[in-house]
Design a protein around this ligand. Structure first.
Ligand code: ADP
Length: 183
């Protein structure tokens, strides 16, 4: 499924983000930037040592990455030249700042893409795995955050993909597209 926001193509795809043919993929990382499961484990396995080395440097210089923020590393053996690591909120009750922090993940990642002149980027569904954010809610927050940033900024990537691993998640994002864009 594809839609257009200003000059940007927004694509919702079911698949494996480690295979994405884009300049940057986004990782749902943890704040220590240490290897985890889920999409983080898959990206680190596919990207190899270069990602772990760059994360170790950021750990020692900055102590990691706070929730809602993002950092960038090389993509190592991935097709993607860069990995942008962002730390989503752990779902508590929905009233602990989760939507704002999740929106910030998408917007901070896109800001880093703009700063690094990245033209194509792929996101996974941040926080909806181990971190427990309900997917229907997260999908609306994600698409709204991306839409707002694209409409506010110049020089946003020309292609923004969401690569959703399983059919249920893909369906939630298709439904959210209707909610957020009316199509
Ligand atoms: P979080 O800790 O932020 O919840 P997870 O990695 O546990 O992150 O899950 C986030 C989403 O990433 C889930 O929908 C999960 O199914 C999905 N996922 C896992 N592996 C991949 C992959 N290789 N490509 C794309 N999405 C993936």
């Amino acid at each position: 499924m594809q839609t257009q926001i200003a000059e940007t193509n927004l694509e919702l795809i079911q698949g494996d983000i480690t295979k994405a043919q884009v300049e940057a993929i986004v990782n749902a990382a943890n704040s220590a930037l240490v290897g985890g499961g889920g999409v983080d484990g898959a990206i680190r396995r596919a990207g190899g040592d270069a990602i772990e080395q760059a994360c170790a440097e950021i750990r020692s210089s900055e102590g990691g990455c706070p929730t809602g923020k993002a950092v960038i590393t090389p993509g190592g053996n991935l097709h993607a030249k860069y990995v942008i690591h962002t730390v989503g909120p752990v779902w508590e009750d929905g009233n602990s700042g989760e939507p704002e922090l999740l929106a910030s993940c998408y917007q901070e990642s896109l800001q880093l893409a703009i700063e690094n002149d990245i033209q194509s980027i792929a996101f996974p569904s941040i926080s909806t795995g181990i971190f427990g954010y309900p997917t229907e809610k997260a999908a609306v927050v994600a698409l709204t955050a991306v839409k707002e940033l694209v409409l506010q900024s110049n020089a946003v990537p020309s292609t923004i993909q969401f690569i959703l691993f399983d059919e249920a998640t893909h369906t939630c994002y298709l439904d959210a597209l209707l909610t957020v864009f009316g199509k």
